[in-house]
Design a protein around this ligand. Structure first.
Ligand code: ADP
Ligand code: ASP
Ligand code: MG
Length: 423
């Protein structure tokens, strides 16, 4: 006899975008429960609800505070959780909704991108023991100062995996609008290949390089607590991609390529400080205050010094530019730099693959492919299993597609499942 499994299922925005999608999801939950499983459901805000709330905030205030922004944004997930419970109850499923705070998702006090410190989970355990389906609002928690917080964009993935870890669930299923994790975003590369299986480290690099399919922190939780993730579609319900500690027998990808994916990220901007005196302490003077202000600096490049001065460029999320710019201007003046420029029209393209460890020459090939396609490289950074470059944003599609082809990742057929338009 099959033993009872505890499954955490997370449904992203497109999966619950309208009443019909919501009822479809409810039917799938009802079926999974009727097969004898215990279920905890995590939901995102419907469709573009979070973007619309952000837009509303901007229309009433030029600088909304983090506290009020989080109060506002958490309402999106609250709408989804209650509607989904209603749809479930209609099918005769005993379901109960909970906010992050009710579940005891305790975070630090950083509004807008709080980190989960602890999950109490008592009310979820109680609901499960009463045979209920627990539906939890994603992307939110309550801080150690008792304020409502959000976990950063895409944070419902983190809620789901962190809950799965806390409850020791058998699997965390991430339902989205594509059929799994691909060798590139199928919206940009129709020839992208679905990966059957990825190791946590590879998925971490892909998420870290900016692939939106799983939020970075969710993969960190999965790796640290060994939670198997199954990324799959709520439109086709077919088998998707497993992300686990190690490749299971019989689940290897057909041919094991050196590169597992080409990742793009258009969410960063670049700031350059010009004519910085080339002397000890200047980088510390610049990056310490940025770190204190919670600015997420990614790539950093410093030119060779000519005539005692140098230029320092770094990338950061576009959403951090308003916060960072005045700090950079102030420090630039203090250290005697000649100016500060910013460029929001950039894209980062990364090659990721565990096989890179043992294959020299990948970077050289990447640069050759980009050169042959007339794509200029502005910045470069590497890790043991990733190479990233910054290029001008209009070059993004050409760069991703040409690299995908050059590294033999094209599947030979176009992505065939429907690609839902995001409303
Ligand atoms: P959700 O709202 O379900 O959380 P997301 O937008 O966060 O959905 O993530 C799913 C999207 O991620 C897909 O629609 C796809 O366009 C994009 N994506 C980017 N890179 C990949 C990849 N390598 N494999 C699959 N999807 C990807
Ligand atoms: N609704 C939030 C967002 O749009 C969280 C999520 O969907 O994961 O970022
Ligand atoms: Mg997401």
């Amino acid at each position: 006899m099959k033993s009872v499994a505890l499954i955490v299922q997370k449904y992203g925005g497109t999966s619950v975008a309208d009443p019909e999608r919501m009822r479809n999801v409810a039917r799938h939950i009802a079926t999974t429960q009727s097969q004898g499983n215990q279920l905890v459901i995590v939901v995102s805000a419907m469709g573009k609800a979070t973007d619309n709330l952000l837009d509303l905030a901007r229309q009433v205030s030029s600088a909304p505070t983090g506290r009020e922004m989080d109060m506002l944004l958490t309402t999106g997930e609250r709408i989804s959780m209650s509607l989904l419970c209603m749809a479930l109850q209609d099918l005769g499923v005993d379901a109960m909704s909970f906010t992050g705070s009710q579940v005891g998702i305790i975070t630090d006090t950083v509004h807008g991108r709080a980190k989960i410190l602890e999950i109490k989970g008592d009310r979820v355990r109680e609901a499960l023991s009463e045979g209920k389906v627990a539906v939890v609002a994603g992307f939110q928690g309550v801080s150690t100062a008792k304020e409502i917080t959000t976990l950063g964009r895409g944070g419902s993935d983190t809620t789901a995996v962190a809950l799965a870890a806390a409850l020791k669930a058998d699997v965390c299923e991430i339902y989205t609008d594509v059929t799994g994790v691909f060798t590139a975003d199928p919206r940009i590369v129709p020839q992208a290949r679905k990966l059957k299986h990825l190791e946590f480290d590879e998925m971490l690099e892909m998420a870290g390089a900016g692939s939106k399919v799983l939020a970075l922190r969710s993969v960190e939780f999965a790796r640290n607590h060994n939670v198997p993730i199954h990324v799959r579609s709520s439109f086709t319900w077919e088998q998707g991609t497993w992300v686990t500690g190690e490749v299971r027998k019989g689940e290897q990808n057909m041919e094991e390529p050196i590169i597992s994916g080409v990742v793009h990220d258009a969410s960063d901007a670049k700031i350059t400080v010009l004519g910085v005196p080339d002397q000890p302490g200047v980088s510390a003077a610049l990056f310490e205050p940025l770190a204190s202000a919670n600015v997420n600096v990614d790539m950093i490049v410093q030119n060779t010094s000519t005539a005692g001065t140098t230029d320092i460029s770094f990338t950061l999320p576009k959403t951090d530019v308003a916060n960072a710019q005045p700090i950079v201007e102030r420090i630039a003046k203090q250290v005697g730099a000649t100016g500060v420029t910013q460029d929001t029209n950039i894209a980062k393209i990364s090659l990721v693959g565990a096989g890179m460890r043992s294959s020299p020459g990948i970077a050289a090939k990447m640069f050759r492919v980009l050169a042959d396609n007339n794509v200029n490289i502005e910045m470069i950074s590497t890790s043991t299993i990733r190479i990233s470059v910054v290029v001008a944003a209009p070059m993004l599609e050409k760069a991703v597609r040409s690299l995908h082809t050059a590294f033999d990742l094209d599947s030979g057929e176009d992505y065939s499942a429907p690609l839902p338009v995001r409303k």
